[in-house]
Design a protein around this ligand. Structure first.
Ligand SMILES: Nc1ncnc2c1ncn2[C@@H]1O[C@H](COP(=O)(O)OP(=O)(O)OP(=O)(O)O)[C@@H](O)[C@H]1O
Ligand SMILES: [Mg+2]
Length: 309
C-alpha cells in the first residue's frame, strides 16, 4: 500500500532524510517514531505529495507520488503537523468543504460529514467557529478533515498532540478501529504513543531508519540476553553459583535478596531447572519473573547509537 524506495530530501546542504526505504502493507497501522528533527514530517509531506523529494521514489495507494499528485490526494487523508484549518470557518462547513475537495458525492456528503464529526467527538461543536475552539478541538477538526472521505490511506503527523488524556485514548481507539479497512501511518516522538496504537514501528533518527519491526522483536534484538529476576527469602553466599552452573544460564548475580539471571538466547528452556535448583537449595523462592523491558531505554538506545547489533 505504501512503498518507499531510497527517498532522500535535501534542504540546501542539509539532508533531512537519507536513503529511506520501507514498505507498509494494506490494513497495517505503522508508527513512525523518532526524536525531534528526525525527518518524520519531511517524509510525510513527501508521501502526501505536498513536497517533492530530492531523489528516490514512493508509491502510495498505487500512485506514484510525484507523477499522480491529484489522484493520490483523493485516496489519502492527511493530518499535517499544523492542521490546515481555516480559522474563520464553522467546523461543519469546513469538514464539508474538505469532503467536497476530496470528491465525496453530493448524495453522501451529509452522512460522511456526520460520521467524521461523530468519530472525532465534534458533533456538539459543529456550529462553532474554528478560531474560537481550543487547540485540542482544532486538532480534532484536522482529524475529521483527514477522515471524511474515508480514504484508503491515512497519514497522520502527531495525531494526538494537544489532546487531553481522555481524548488521546478515544483517538487511539479510533485509529486502531481503522486497521484492516485502512492503512495508517502515524508519527510521534513519544514512544508510548506508537506502542499503544501501532502493530509495527519504524524508528527514524537523523534522517535514517535505525529499526523497523514489531515492538517485541525490536526489544528482543536490543536485549543482550534475556534477563530474569528471582526474589528469594534466603540469599546464601552460594545462591548465585548454584544457578550459574545450569546450562542456558549466561550469568547469575545476587543483589540483596534478588538473583539477577541472564539467559542465553536458547536458555529459555532452562527456566524449569532454574526454579527446581533454587527450590532444591532451599533459597525460598518468592517471585520469578522476566525483567520488564524499559521502552524508553530502547528508544534512546535506538536513536543515540549508530548501529544496533
Ligand atoms: N523548510 C525547511 N528548510 C530547511 N530545513 C528544514 C525544513 N524543514 C525541515 N527542515 C530540517 O529537516 C530536518 C527534519 O525535520 P522534520 O520536520 O522532518 O523532523 P520531525 O521528525 O518531523 O521533527 P519533530 O518531531 O520536531 O516534528 C530537521 O533538521 C529540520 O531542521
Ligand atoms: Mg514533525
Amino acid at each position: 500500500m505504501i512503498n518507499v524506495s531510497h527517498l532522500t530530501k535535501q534542504y540546501g546542504p542539509r539532508s533531512a532524510i537519507q536513503d529511506l526505504s520501507f514498505e507498509i502493507h494494506p490494513g497495517e497501522i505503522v508508527g513512525f517514531l523518532g526524536p525531534n528533527g528526525a525527518g518524520k514530517s519531511t517524509t510525510m509531506k513527501i508521501l502526501t505529495g505536498f513536497m517533492p523529494a530530492t531523489s528516490g521514489s514512493a508509491t502510495v495507494a498505487g500512485y506514484e507520488v510525484f507523477k499522480n499528485p491529484i489522484e493520490l490526494k483523493r485516496n489519502i487523508g492527511y493530518l499535517p503537523e499544523t492542521p490546515p484549518v481555516y480559522l474563520d470557518m464553522v467546523v461543519r462547513d469546513y469538514v464539508e468543504f474538505a469532503a467536497k475537495l476530496h470528491d465525496v458525492p453530493k448524495s453522501k456528503l451529509k452522512t460522511a460529514v456526520d460520521l467524521a464529526l461523530e468519530k472525532t467527538s465534534l458533533t456538539d461543536v459543529g456550529k462553532r467557529i474554528i478560531g474560537n475552539l481550543s487547540k485540542g478541538y482544532r486538532q480534532r477538526v484536522g482529524l475529521a478533515q483527514a477522515l471524511v472521505h474515508n480514504p484508503k490511506v491515512l497519514i497522520l503527523d502527531e495525531p494526538t498532540v494537544g489532546l487531553d488524556p481522555k481524548q488521546i485514548i478515544e483517538i487511539r481507539e479510533l485509529i486502531k478501529s481503522l486497521a484492516g479497512d485502512h492503512t495508517v501511518i502515524l508519527s510521534s516522538h513519544i514512544l508510548p504513543e506508537v506502542t499503544a496504537t501501532c502493530q509495527r514501528i519504524i524508528v527514524i533518527s537523523k534522517g535514517k531508519i535505525v529499526a523497523q519491526d514489531t515492538l517485541d522483536q525490536i526489544s528482543a534484538r536490543l536485549r543482550k540476553g534475556l534477563i530474569y529476576n528471582m526474589t528469594i527469602k534466603n540469599p546464601s553466599s552460594d545462591a548465585a553459583q548454584s544457578i550459574q552452573s545450569i546450562s542456558g544460564v549466561k550469568s547469575a548475580s545476587l543483589a540483596g535478596n534478588k538473583l539477577i539471571i541472564e539467559l542465553t538466547q536458547s536458555g529459555m528452556d532452562s527456566r524449569d531447572q532454574i526454579v527446581a535448583a533454587a527450590v532444591g537449595k532451599g533459597l525460598g523462592v518468592l517471585e520469578f519473573s522476566s525483567e520488564k523491558v524499559n521502552l524508553e531505554d530502547i528508544f534512546l538506545q535506538l536513536t543515540t547509537e549508530e548501529k544496533i547489533s
